[in-house]
Design a protein around this ligand. Structure first.
Ligand SMILES: N[C@@H](CCC(=O)N[C@@H](CS)C(=O)NCC(=O)O)C(=O)O
Length: 255
C-alpha cells in the first residue's frame, strides 16, 4: 500500500516528493514512480484527485495534473522529460537515458510519442472521454479534463490513427532490436522508454486486476474498442510489456 501523505506535508518537506493521481493507473505517474524505484530514490508521496480542482496543488506547483515532482526547494516539475532529467541528476546510475547521442535522441523522441501532447496517452485519453462527452452531460471531472486536455470530436476521431502509427513505430523499433538479439527498445540497456511503455500500455490493454488493482467498475473505461489501435498492438509489443513489468515493476502496481 502506498503511504499517501497529506499534500501540505510534502509541500513543506525537503528531499524528493511525488504527487500521483490517486487510485488511478495514470501512466505518467506510474512510470515516474517506477523510475524512482529502479534508481533507488526514496520519495514521499501525496495524492492529486483526478478530475478535481486540486487548489492547494495548483497554488504550489502551478499545475492541476499528476505527476508533480519536487526536489528540495527547487521549482516543482510536471513534464515527463523534466522529471526524467531530474531523476538522472539525482541518481545517475543506473542511467535510464542512453549514453549514445543518437540512441538518446531516438529514445526521447519515441518517449514523446507515448508521453507528450498528441502522444499515445493523450490520444487514448481523448478516445476514453469521447463516449461520455458525446452522450452529453459528462461527469464534471471528465468535462474538466476534456477541456484541459484538448477534447474535441475531431481530435477524438483523429486519435485512433495517430495511436496506430505510434504503435507501428514502436513495434518496428522493437523488431529491429530483436534482429540484433537485443532485449530493450534502445541499445543494450533498459531505458525510460521501456518503463513508459509498460505504464502507457495500460491505456490500451489494462493489466489484470491482480497486477493492476483498478476496480471492476472502472475497467470498461480503459477498454480499447478501436480496431486500428488493436491491430497495431502486436504480440511483440505485448510480450515486451509483460517482460518489463515482470522484471522491473512492483507487482501489483500501487495506485
Ligand atoms: N504534465 C504531464 C502530463 C500530465 C497528465 O496528463 N496527467 C494526467 C494523467 S491521467 C492527470 O493528471 N489526470 C487527472 C487530472 O487531470 O485531474 C507531462 O507532460 O508529463
Amino acid at each position: 500500500m502506498l503511504d499517501y501523505r497529506p499534500l501540505h506535508e510534502i509541500i513543506h518537506a525537503q528531499g524528493l516528493r511525488l504527487v500521483l493521481v490517486r487510485g488511478f493507473p495514470s501512466p505518467w505517474g506510474q512510470a515516474v514512480k517506477t523510475l524512482f524505484e529502479i534508481k533507488g530514490l526514496p520519495h514521499l508521496v501525496a495524492g492529486q484527485e483526478g478530475g478535481g480542482t486540486n487548489e492547494e496543488l495548483v497554488a504550489w506547483a502551478g499545475e492541476n495534473s499528476g505527476p508533480v515532482v519536487a526536489w528540495n526547494d527547487e521549482k516543482p516539475l510536471s513534464r515527463w522529460l523534466d522529471i526524467l532529467l531530474l531523476a538522472e541528476r539525482l541518481a545517475p546510475t543506473p542511467s535510464l537515458l542512453p549514453a549514445d547521442v543518437h540512441d538518446r535522441a531516438l529514445m526521447i523522441g519515441l518517449a514523446n510519442e507515448l508521453c507528450g501532447e498528441l502522444g499515445v496517452g493523450w490520444n487514448r485519453r481523448l478516445q476514453m472521454f469521447g463516449p461520455m462527452i458525446e452522450a452529453g452531460n459528462p461527469p464534471e471531472g471528465i468535462a474538466r479534463m476534456g477541456s484541459k486536455y484538448g477534447y474535441s470530436k475531431a481530435a477524438a476521431e483523429a486519435a485512433g490513427a495517430r495511436v496506430a502509427a505510434q504503435l507501428g513505430a514502436l513495434d518496428a523499433q522493437l523488431q529491429a532490436q530483436r534482429a540484433l538479439g537485443r532485449e530493450f527498445f534502445i541499445g543494450a540497456h533498459l531505458s525510460a522508454l521501456d518503463v513508459y511503455w509498460v505504464a502507457f500500455m495500460n491505456l490500451i490493454d489494462l493489466l489484470p486486476i491482480a497486477q493492476c488493482p483498478v476496480p471492476e467498475a472502472m475497467r470498461p473505461m480503459f477498454a480499447c474498442g478501436d480496431p486500428q489501435v488493436l491491430a497495431a498492438l502486436s504480440p511483440r509489443l505485448v510480450a515486451h510489456r509483460d517482460h518489463i513489468f515482470k522484471t522491473y515493476f512492483r507487482n501489483p502496481m500501487e495506485l
